[in-house]
Design a protein around this ligand. Structure first.
Ligand SMILES: C[S@@+](CC[C@H](N)C(=O)[O-])C[C@H]1O[C@@H](n2cnc3c(N)ncnc32)[C@H](O)[C@@H]1O
Length: 193
């Protein structure tokens, strides 16, 4: 094709690297390295080593204590009622060792697909892990499908991803709409209420 001819195919858009003032990004959107941990694994590892939580990530609490308490064995059926970033889910899946089934729920329609994709990339697909976007208060509906659970974890609260993202309106550290919904696709934002 000559230089004057145009093509219908969309050219990939060149994206400029986000520039920020100073040596470290301060705003959420400037933290492009932390928001793409697979691409910038070293940078993210350094932040975790310093004891901080990278933006867009959640460090799971009391992992050893929880696993010691649950004593999960291969072949069991379990529920992670609060999937979040999937940190606990991942550790519980390792205990199952490809045998059994883990169900996971979360109401957050923005973070859930990201976590699902991340866990799939790690090899945990629908054959072992069933993720449902729903409120865990409807646990009785899941039990109809799963049968009784051998173990259940509910890590109540919000995730770091929800707090970090100014658009979710959970933090007063950054400017953003006062939303405060775990599922922004349902109900009313705190601002409109
Ligand atoms: C503290 S985080 C969980 C972090 C997770 N354990 C991990 O290791 O990444 C809490 C999560 O529970 C979800 N959540 C809160 N209330 C819920 C409910 N009633 N039903 C389902 N999910 C809920 C939030 O959206 C959030 O993602």
């Amino acid at each position: 094709m000559g230089p004057d001819q145009t093509s219908n195919e969309e050219e990939p858009k060149y994206q400029r690297r986000i520039r920020y003032k100073g040596t470290h990004p301060k705003n959420f959107k400037e933290k492009y390295k932390e928001l793409q941990p697979e691409q910038y694994a070293d940078a993210v590892a350094k932040i975790i080593q310093k004891g901080n939580t990278p933006a867009g990530m959640h460090i799971s609490i009391c992992v050893n204590e929880i696993l010691n308490f649950l004593q999960i064995t291969p072949g069991q059926i379990g529920l992670d009622a609060t999937l979040g970033y999937g940190g606990h889910t991942l550790e519980m899946l390792k205990c199952l060792n490809s045998k059994g089934r883990l169900y996971a729920t979360d109401v957050d329609p923005l973070e859930l697909p990201r976590t699902k994709a991340r866990l799939e990339r790690l090899g945990y697909g629908p054959e072992i892990l069933e993720i449902k976007q729903m409120n865990f208060s409807k646990i009785d509906q899941i039990v109809l499908e799963s049968g009784l659970f051998n173990f259940v974890l509910a890590d109540l609260g919000v995730s770091s991803m929800q707090i970090d993202n100014p658009e979710r309106g959970f933090s007063f550290k950054f400017e953003g709409p006062l939303d405060l919904r775990l599922n922004p696709k349902m109900g009313y934002s705190a601002a409109s209420l």
